[in-house]
Design a protein around this ligand. Structure first.
Ligand SMILES: Cc1cc2nc3c(=O)[nH]c(=O)nc-3n(C[C@H](O)[C@H](O)[C@H](O)COP(=O)(O)O)c2cc1C
Length: 147
């Protein structure tokens, strides 16, 4: 059984809607157990085979809580190497946050990034939610096949 974390933040609910649809996609894949969480204890991160982060873009940046979590992972040398990573988020006009997250996952933590970031402008419509489900399903399939 593989463990899959969807960690998200959402101020006005748009990224939360995405996160729930990503979770639905992950649940379509056998052999993968998913936790959808707003907060995670630092020491629990090592238990996951895949860590997918959902954050909206505010002020051209990721949100403070996620930034702090990544800083703590780096300071405490928590090993995330080769875990599957992914990022998504709602945005209004520039949407930098998911890309920034993937860069840190890849370059700082040496995680395995297999999907481009998924961005949806403001509230996800039904086609957007389908994209979220497909995104979750694809990452879960790859996670389930990993050694
Ligand atoms: C104060 C403020 C700053 C924002 N800054 C950005 C920004 O720099 N780039 C962008 O693409 N969207 C920006 N947005 C739009 C949000 O990303 C957008 O409303 C998104 O849907 C919020 O997602 P959430 O409901 O998950 O919090 C901003 C919104 C607010 C209210």
């Amino acid at each position: 059984m593989k463990n899959f974390l969807i960690l998200y933040y959402s101020r006005t609910g748009n990224t939360e809607k995405m996160a729930k649809a990503v979770e639905e996609g992950v649940k379509m894949v056998d052999g993968v157990e998913v936790d959808l969480m707003y907060h995670v204890a630092l020491e629990d991160l090592v238990e996951y085979d895949a860590i997918v982060v959902g954050v909206p873009t505010y002020h051209h940046d990721m949100t403070v809580g996620i930034k702090k979590l990544f800083e703590d992972v780096a300071v405490k040398n928590i090993n995330l190497k080769d875990k599957v990573g992914g990022a998504f988020g709602s945005y209004g006009w520039s949407g930098e946050a998911p890309k920034l997250i993937l860069e840190i996952m890849k370059n700082r933590f040496e995680m395995s990034i297999i999907e481009a970031p998924l961005h949806i402008r403001y509230v996800p419509d039904s086609a957007g939610l389908d994209k979220c489900r497909e995104f979750g399903k694809r990452i879960a399939e790859i996670t389930s096949e990993k050694e």
